[in-house]
Design a protein around this ligand. Structure first.
Ligand code: 13P
Length: 251
């Protein structure tokens, strides 16, 4: 049985006071619950304050990105080792916004995944098709490539530190959530890809989150789908009541 994993990707939002207010409320709401895993991914600069505010809470803290290099002359970048140094638990990699807006290729994503795991960070690796790709019948090809190329050269022994987030690009920030059938089809497909890559034990263990317009009103329906093990939430993770309701989907 895979434990549900609900993570909030704050993207480029909130200020320090808002970040601390949000995690203070989440900390109360989550308490010491162990039946779900809960995580937040604030902007880099708020990570130390959020990590401090969540000390003693089971809520995990991660970054939204990291450098594809270890160190050196890379102005503006933050290395995986720096994130683990300040107490981050994980990093989100390969988000469609990074791919589309900042030109991240699967090769870059793969370099980051390797460096993150080397640095002791867990990884949420995102995969998902655009509307054009879906309409052209390319969904499986695209998510297959995101997984196979993103995870290339990574040993099955590290698979327990990887989570996959299926995020159809057309569902992100649009209010147009994937139907349970659409999510279920791709999650099942992705688990098969993981089985081919790392074997059946790893494929049964790895959690596959759904992301894209997850709200309190649709989370239970999505979580009821076979193979949907959690959610990666954008807009609805910026408010404590709304993310709290998502975390409490099963109560
Ligand atoms: P929304 O929940 O705002 O659609 O964003 C999803 C997402 O991109 C999470 O990484």
């Amino acid at each position: 049985m895979r434990k549900p994993y609900l993570a909030g990707n704050w993207k480029l939002n909130l200020d320090q006071a808002g970040a601390l207010d949000l995690v203070g409320k989440l900390r109360e709401m989550v308490g010491q619950r162990t039946d779900v895993d809960v995580a937040v991914a604030p902007p880099y600069v708020y990570l130390p304050a959020v990590i401090e505010a969540l000390k003693g809470s089971p809520i995990r803290v991660g970054a939204q990105n990291m450098a594809d290099q270890v160190s050196g002359a890379y102005t503006g970048e933050v290395a995986g080792t720096m994130l683990s140094d300040i107490g981050c638990d994980f990093v989100i990699l390969g988000h469609s916004e990074r791919r589309a807006i900042y030109g991240e290729t699967d090769k870059i994503v793969n370099a980051k995944v390797k460096l993150a795991l080397d640095a002791g960070l867990d990884v949420i690796l995102c995969a998902g098709e655009t509307l054009d790709e879906r309409q052209a019948g390319q969904t499986e090809n695209v998510v297959h490539r995101h997984l196979i190329e993103g995870l290339a050269g990574i040993d099955a022994a590290l698979s327990s530190r990887v989570t996959i987030a299926y995020e159809p690009v057309w569902a992100i920030g649009t209010g147009q959530v994937a139907t349970p059938e659409q999510a279920g089809e791709v999650h099942t497909y992705l688990r098969g890809v993981l089985e081919g890559l790392w074997g059946d034990v790893a494929a049964e263990t790895i959690r596959i989150q759904y992301g894209g317009s997850v709200k309190p009103s649709n989370v239970a329906e999505l979580m009821a789908v076979e193979g949907v093990d959690g959610a990666l939430v954008g807009g609805a993770a910026l408010d404590a009541d709304s993310f709290g309701a998502i975390v409490a989907f099963n109560s």
